[in-house]
Design a protein. Sequence first.
Length: 362
Amino acid sequence: MKKYIVFATLITATIVLPIGWLLGDSLGLSFIAQENSLISPFVDQAKEKRLPLLKYGIENLQNYDFQPSSIAVKEIIGGTADYSSYLFSYQTLEKTMTGQLNVPSTVQPEDGYPIVIMLRGWVPAETYITGAGTKSAAAVFAENGYVTLAPDFFGFGGSDVESTDTWEARFQKPISVVELLETINNNPRIKIDEENIKLSNESDDKHIWAHSNGGQVALTALEISDESIKTTLWAPVTAPFPYSILFFSDEHDDEGSEMRKWLSLFEESYNVSDFTMTQHLNQLQGSIQIHQGTADDAVPVAWNDEFVEKIELENEKRSESTDSAKLDPIEINYFKYSGANHNLQPGWNTAIQRDLVFFNSP
């Protein structure tokens, strides 16, 4: 009897296995991997999820291959007896970015003009013109001997279009700032007509001024650049990502509904801490000055109160560290202006004078 059972089993296997093999292969359920190794039908064979934005995480950007280019002057767009304003361009992320360049009328210093990179906050695309959000402060710096460069950012002014991916467009901004700094470091001369304008690439002669969301961009750029640059921040957005963008989403026509959906999808794939500037303060260095109006209805005072506390905590960690490679404490100045709004009115003149003192100090 046993011989008949064994024989029947062999016959069944001979018929069923080839049929099953053919059917399984036609349905994409082959038990043999392409490398001819046997795999289990219970193993999830789904392709690994692509994470194209992971390269924009702050730690990953610290190893980014920043590319310098050169600054080209396109045309004169204004000025006064104290300075001339030009439309300039440079290459970043293999695209063209434009912006406003101010050059003082004063005699060019032997080592080159000190510079201020000007980073604006949010401006509606339909009303934006080159220099919007920065031109008033830039004028004061230019009148006091600084060359100022205010990038438009992609999608604004004469710049190339920004990424169609909203998150990528956001994460690319600090890269463009660092590549502008690298351009100045590597190609510090600007040709205007027949004159060569020299920019100082000494670290003490480089500065950053930023307003509102430009503050978040500036701080992220400092964390990924490994540079110590004197930076002044006016009503900066320093709340952690993504809360910092959700806070403003109620101003959208749908009161933030679409933004919350996109954020939910983002958080399914990524750890938001990788993209959060406040989670990487251990990489921040240099001197920072913050101005905040107490009547600001766009950036709550509490955001910068808490940010300064985080800086102080980071400084405590550094003072207690025995690591020989530790960074120096972050120098922080924090000024509040009673009754001042998001543009620091009526304390604007006081703030800009404090910045001149800050930039001119050793």
